[in-house]
Design a protein around this ligand. Structure first.
Ligand code: DHB
Length: 389
């Protein structure tokens, strides 16, 4: 090869590769999806990932002429890992949006990265009220604990429950659940006689439940994160709480659709408040639950799945509006979106960037041989009480 020919080939190669990378940049819309795929909260990762895949199967993998690329990373539910992964996704992969976030500490760890890089960050799972205040680039499609806790605190005193012990996982969402339940329940004339906090990871509920028995409340109000509900229920029954006449109430996290069917008939009658039940009665939800089950060996979608599915909707719609944009333009197009979710109507409050949706009061019932959270009452268009000052 002579020198001239070599240089010409090199120039062509450089051109081709830079054109190639420009092409890749311009024709790809990248979503960095960070979830706990292993470890104690892997069910959350599995549910959200399955919902993201379903959304793309139903809505295509191109948006505004760009190929949607989801880069999935497992943070093992360790905040330092989540933060490092978010940094890499922003700096190396140049993602348009960060999404996922299975637990509050994991979302909070990434807030500074979203702010500094002006990357919209869609919280699909975590639910402590304050998360959206940690960065102006955070949007939430999951729910907030105050929304659910206030719902059940309104229902309980009207239904013969006046004396309650609360039991919550000892971190952000649990502290929100405890506080907002107590405030509203007390306002409604009830009394919380004891507030118990259990470790967030692998809690042993037995010693706490013994205290509850001794306190003899009308009901135990509980919050534990998704994945721990079955263990709580098992120990609640083993300790003979239901036989002692102590009812169980809570946010819908404790009768999680991911585990409910395996929890047994002792759950029948448990009343909770939540934004999503797999048995929500709408055509859109029936289609969602059917398609989700078909694609995942019969798995029932839970509230984590719906947060992931709706998060994808918010991202796709914003990508359409901005022709596959990023930064402030993409963020602006996420704010104020109004749409029908499998959970019912929902919107993203443009001021708070948080989700506004219905909170349903539900009771566990057996229908056609399966356990379901059957919605029987609704509080419409609930804003996060943590932000209504
Ligand atoms: C959070 C995690 C959960 O699994 C849940 O059910 C609610 C809140 C959280 O860490 O924010």
């Amino acid at each position: 090869m002579n020198k001239r020919h070599f240089l010409g080939t090199l120039a062509a190669a450089v051109l081709a590769s830079s054109a190639g990378s420009a092409f890749a940049q311009d024709n790809t819309f990248k979503i960095g999806l960070i979830l706990p795929m292993t470890g104690p909260f892997a069910s959350t990762g599995k549910q959200v990932e399955a919902a993201v895949k379903l959304y793309m199967a139903q809505n295509g993998d191109t948006v505004a002429g760009k190929k949607v690329q989801v880069i999935l990373k497992d943070d093992t539910s360790a905040p330092d890992v989540t933060k490092r992964l978010a940094q890499e996704l922003v700096v190396n992969d140049k993602v348009n949006v960060l999404a996922g976030f299975g637990l509050t500490p994991l979302a909070l760890a990434c807030a500074p990265i979203a702010t500094q890089s002006k990357t919209p960050l869609v919280v699909m799972a975590a639910a402590t009220s304050s998360i959206t205040e940690a960065s102006p680039y955070i949007i939430r499609t999951s729910f907030t604990l105050p929304q659910a806790a206030v719902g059940i605190a309104d229902w309980a005193p009207k239904n013969g429950i006046k004396k309650v012990v609360s039991l919550v996982a000892d971190y952000g969402p649990g502290l929100d659940a405890e506080k907002y339940f107590r405030e509203r329940f007390t306002f409604n004339g009830g009394v919380v006689v004891e507030a118990l906090r259990v470790p967030m990871r692998n809690p042993d509920f037995s010693p706490f439940l013994q205290k509850v028995r001794d306190d003899k409340p009308d009901a135990l109000f509980a919050f534990v994160p998704s994945g721990e509900g079955a263990a709580l229920m098992k120990q609640f029954i083993e300790r003979g709480m239901d036989k002692a006449g102590i009812k169980l109430i809570g946010t819908g996290d404790i009768t999680d659709d991911d585990q409910l069917n395996g929890m047994g008939d002792a759950t029948i009658g448990v009343v909770t408040a939540h934004h999503y039940s797999a048995s929500h009665n709408s055509a859109l939800n029936k289609k969602f639950v059917d398609a989700f089950g078909k694609a995942n060996n019969g798995l029932r979608p839970n509230f984590m799945a719906v947060g992931g599915y709706d998060g994808m909707h918010v991202i796709y719609e914003a990508a359409k509006t901005t022709q596959g944009g990023r930064g402030d333009a993409l963020l602006a197009a996420m704010k104020g979106q109004v749409f029908e979710s499998p959970r019912g109507p929902m919107f993203i409050d443009a001021q708070t960037r948080d989700v506004v949706h219905n909170i349903y009061i539900r009771k566990v019932e057996k229908v056609n041989g399966q356990l379901w959270n059957q919605e029987f009452d609704v509080i419409k268009d609930v804003k996060d009480p943590g932000k209504v000052k």
